[in-house]
Ligand binder design. Sequence first.
Ligand code: SAM
Length: 189
Amino acid sequence: MIPLTEIAQTLVRSTLKPGDIAIDATVGNGFDTQFLAESVGPTGTVYGFDIQLAAVQATSRRLADACLNNVHLLERDHAEMQSAIPREFHGRVSAIMWNLGYLPGGDKQLTTALQSTLAAIQSGLVLLAGGGIMTIIAYTGHPGGFEETAAVEALLRGLNPHEYLFTEPSPAPNRISPPRLFVVRRCIG
Ligand SMILES: C[S@@+](CC[C@H](N)C(=O)[O-])C[C@H]1O[C@@H](n2cnc3c(N)ncnc32)[C@H](O)[C@@H]1O
Protein backbone atom coordinates (compact mmCIF):
# COMPACT_ATOMS: atom_id res chain seq x y z
CA MET A 1 0.00 0.00 0.00
CA ILE A 2 1.24 3.50 -0.81
CA PRO A 3 1.80 5.51 2.42
CA LEU A 4 -0.76 8.28 2.96
CA THR A 5 2.11 10.79 3.32
CA GLU A 6 3.16 9.94 -0.22
CA ILE A 7 -0.40 10.20 -1.59
CA ALA A 8 -0.79 13.60 0.11
CA GLN A 9 2.47 14.87 -1.41
CA THR A 10 1.49 13.60 -4.88
CA LEU A 11 -1.81 15.51 -4.70
CA VAL A 12 -0.15 18.68 -3.43
CA ARG A 13 2.62 18.45 -6.05
CA SER A 14 0.04 18.48 -8.83
CA THR A 15 -1.41 21.73 -7.45
CA LEU A 16 1.70 23.74 -6.51
CA LYS A 17 3.62 25.96 -8.93
CA PRO A 18 6.90 27.83 -8.51
CA GLY A 19 6.29 31.10 -6.68
CA ASP A 20 3.29 29.82 -4.70
CA ILE A 21 2.64 30.25 -0.98
CA ALA A 22 2.25 27.08 1.10
CA ILE A 23 1.87 26.13 4.75
CA ASP A 24 3.07 23.11 6.72
CA ALA A 25 0.77 23.24 9.76
CA THR A 26 2.61 20.46 11.66
CA VAL A 27 6.30 20.67 10.81
CA GLY A 28 7.55 17.70 12.88
CA ASN A 29 10.81 16.41 11.42
CA GLY A 30 10.34 18.59 8.35
CA PHE A 31 9.74 16.08 5.56
CA ASP A 32 6.64 17.90 4.30
CA THR A 33 8.24 21.31 4.92
CA GLN A 34 11.18 20.38 2.70
CA PHE A 35 8.82 18.97 0.07
CA LEU A 36 6.78 22.20 0.04
CA ALA A 37 9.90 24.40 -0.07
CA GLU A 38 11.23 22.48 -3.07
CA SER A 39 7.84 22.54 -4.80
CA VAL A 40 7.34 26.32 -4.59
CA GLY A 41 11.00 26.99 -5.43
CA PRO A 42 13.14 30.02 -4.55
CA THR A 43 10.44 32.51 -5.63
CA GLY A 44 7.81 30.88 -3.41
CA THR A 45 7.34 31.00 0.35
CA VAL A 46 6.49 28.35 2.94
CA TYR A 47 5.27 28.97 6.49
CA GLY A 48 5.83 26.12 8.96
CA PHE A 49 4.18 25.77 12.38
CA ASP A 50 5.07 23.54 15.31
CA ILE A 51 4.66 24.00 19.05
CA GLN A 52 7.82 21.96 19.82
CA LEU A 53 11.21 23.62 19.67
CA ALA A 54 12.81 20.23 18.92
CA ALA A 55 10.71 19.97 15.74
CA VAL A 56 11.57 23.49 14.62
CA GLN A 57 15.27 22.86 15.24
CA ALA A 58 15.29 19.50 13.42
CA THR A 59 13.49 21.05 10.45
CA SER A 60 15.77 24.06 10.42
CA ARG A 61 18.78 21.72 10.12
CA ARG A 62 17.07 19.71 7.37
CA LEU A 63 16.34 22.87 5.35
CA ALA A 64 19.89 24.19 5.81
CA ASP A 65 21.34 20.86 4.63
CA ALA A 66 19.17 21.12 1.51
CA CYS A 67 20.15 24.81 0.98
CA LEU A 68 16.50 25.90 1.20
CA ASN A 69 15.95 29.43 2.52
CA ASN A 70 12.37 30.11 1.47
CA VAL A 71 10.73 28.89 4.72
CA HIS A 72 9.53 30.87 7.74
CA LEU A 73 9.61 28.40 10.65
CA LEU A 74 7.40 29.43 13.54
CA GLU A 75 7.39 27.85 17.00
CA ARG A 76 3.68 28.57 17.30
CA ASP A 77 0.32 26.83 17.53
CA HIS A 78 -1.21 26.30 14.10
CA ALA A 79 -4.45 27.72 15.54
CA GLU A 80 -2.69 31.12 15.30
CA MET A 81 -2.11 30.68 11.59
CA GLN A 82 -4.46 33.45 10.48
CA SER A 83 -2.71 36.12 12.55
CA ALA A 84 0.76 34.72 11.73
CA ILE A 85 0.37 34.81 7.94
CA PRO A 86 0.62 38.30 6.41
CA ARG A 87 -2.79 39.70 5.40
CA GLU A 88 -1.73 40.10 1.80
CA PHE A 89 -1.51 36.28 1.54
CA HIS A 90 -4.98 35.57 2.93
CA GLY A 91 -6.97 33.77 0.24
CA ARG A 92 -3.74 33.23 -1.74
CA VAL A 93 -2.28 30.12 -0.09
CA SER A 94 -2.07 27.26 -2.61
CA ALA A 95 -1.49 24.32 -0.27
CA ILE A 96 -1.73 23.54 3.44
CA MET A 97 -0.59 20.20 4.87
CA TRP A 98 -1.43 18.69 8.26
CA ASN A 99 0.06 15.51 9.68
CA LEU A 100 -1.63 15.19 13.05
CA GLY A 101 -0.54 13.17 16.09
CA TYR A 102 2.87 13.17 17.80
CA LEU A 103 6.41 13.89 16.71
CA PRO A 104 8.01 10.63 15.52
CA GLY A 105 10.94 9.92 17.84
CA GLY A 106 9.66 12.54 20.30
CA ASP A 107 7.29 12.68 23.29
CA LYS A 108 4.21 10.61 22.37
CA GLN A 109 2.13 12.47 24.97
CA LEU A 110 2.57 15.72 23.01
CA THR A 111 0.00 15.28 20.28
CA THR A 112 -2.15 17.66 18.30
CA ALA A 113 -5.35 18.48 20.19
CA LEU A 114 -8.92 18.55 18.95
CA GLN A 115 -9.82 22.18 19.68
CA SER A 116 -6.68 23.78 18.24
CA THR A 117 -6.74 21.41 15.27
CA LEU A 118 -10.31 22.44 14.43
CA ALA A 119 -9.47 26.14 14.88
CA ALA A 120 -6.41 25.76 12.67
CA ILE A 121 -8.33 24.00 9.91
CA GLN A 122 -11.02 26.68 10.00
CA SER A 123 -8.31 29.34 9.61
CA GLY A 124 -6.74 27.34 6.82
CA LEU A 125 -10.03 27.25 4.91
CA VAL A 126 -10.05 31.08 4.91
CA LEU A 127 -6.39 31.35 3.87
CA LEU A 128 -6.71 28.88 0.98
CA ALA A 129 -6.74 30.24 -2.59
CA GLY A 130 -9.39 29.25 -5.13
CA GLY A 131 -8.00 26.05 -6.68
CA GLY A 132 -5.87 25.48 -3.55
CA ILE A 133 -5.59 22.18 -1.70
CA MET A 134 -5.53 21.14 1.95
CA THR A 135 -4.41 17.66 3.06
CA ILE A 136 -4.94 16.29 6.56
CA ILE A 137 -3.55 12.98 7.78
CA ALA A 138 -5.25 11.97 11.02
CA TYR A 139 -4.44 9.05 13.33
CA THR A 140 -6.98 7.10 15.33
CA GLY A 141 -4.67 4.87 17.41
CA HIS A 142 -3.31 7.18 20.13
CA PRO A 143 -5.34 8.58 23.07
CA GLY A 144 -7.61 11.33 21.75
CA GLY A 145 -6.78 10.48 18.14
CA PHE A 146 -10.09 8.81 17.36
CA GLU A 147 -12.09 11.78 18.68
CA GLU A 148 -9.84 14.27 16.85
CA THR A 149 -10.20 12.34 13.59
CA ALA A 150 -13.99 12.12 13.94
CA ALA A 151 -14.29 15.84 14.68
CA VAL A 152 -12.10 16.79 11.71
CA GLU A 153 -14.10 14.53 9.41
CA ALA A 154 -17.39 16.01 10.66
CA LEU A 155 -16.11 19.55 10.10
CA LEU A 156 -14.94 18.78 6.56
CA ARG A 157 -18.05 16.83 5.57
CA GLY A 158 -20.13 19.81 6.72
CA LEU A 159 -18.42 22.32 4.40
CA ASN A 160 -20.46 24.12 1.77
CA PRO A 161 -19.98 21.87 -1.30
CA HIS A 162 -20.27 24.90 -3.60
CA GLU A 163 -17.15 26.35 -1.99
CA TYR A 164 -15.07 23.34 -0.90
CA LEU A 165 -14.74 19.86 -2.36
CA PHE A 166 -14.08 17.20 0.31
CA THR A 167 -12.68 13.77 -0.55
CA GLU A 168 -11.01 10.83 1.16
CA PRO A 169 -8.94 9.46 -1.73
CA SER A 170 -7.62 6.31 -0.07
CA PRO A 171 -9.97 4.94 2.61
CA ALA A 172 -8.46 2.02 4.55
CA PRO A 173 -10.62 -1.09 4.21
CA ASN A 174 -11.29 -3.17 7.35
CA ARG A 175 -8.38 -2.05 9.49
CA ILE A 176 -8.45 -1.38 13.21
CA SER A 177 -7.41 2.22 14.00
CA PRO A 178 -6.46 3.16 10.45
CA PRO A 179 -4.78 6.48 9.66
CA ARG A 180 -6.98 8.64 7.42
CA LEU A 181 -6.19 11.11 4.65
CA PHE A 182 -8.71 13.91 4.14
CA VAL A 183 -8.41 16.28 1.18
CA VAL A 184 -10.19 19.59 0.63
CA ARG A 185 -9.99 21.69 -2.51
CA ARG A 186 -11.32 25.22 -2.61
CA CYS A 187 -13.45 25.77 -5.67
CA ILE A 188 -12.44 28.50 -8.10
CA GLY A 189 -14.71 31.53 -8.32
C1 SAM B 1 3.13 13.64 12.98
S1 SAM B 1 4.12 15.03 13.41
C2 SAM B 1 4.34 15.86 11.88
C3 SAM B 1 5.28 15.16 10.92
C4 SAM B 1 5.81 16.06 9.82
N1 SAM B 1 4.77 16.40 8.87
C5 SAM B 1 7.01 15.49 9.10
O1 SAM B 1 7.05 15.52 7.85
O2 SAM B 1 7.96 15.07 9.78
C6 SAM B 1 2.98 16.09 14.27
C7 SAM B 1 3.61 17.37 14.76
O3 SAM B 1 2.55 18.26 15.13
C8 SAM B 1 3.05 19.07 16.14
N2 SAM B 1 1.96 19.77 16.84
C9 SAM B 1 1.20 19.33 17.87
N3 SAM B 1 0.29 20.26 18.22
C10 SAM B 1 0.50 21.33 17.40
C11 SAM B 1 -0.10 22.61 17.28
N4 SAM B 1 -1.13 22.96 18.08
N5 SAM B 1 0.37 23.47 16.36
C12 SAM B 1 1.40 23.10 15.53
N6 SAM B 1 2.01 21.89 15.60
C13 SAM B 1 1.57 21.02 16.52
C14 SAM B 1 3.83 18.13 17.03
O4 SAM B 1 4.74 18.84 17.85
C15 SAM B 1 4.51 17.23 15.98
O5 SAM B 1 5.81 17.67 15.70
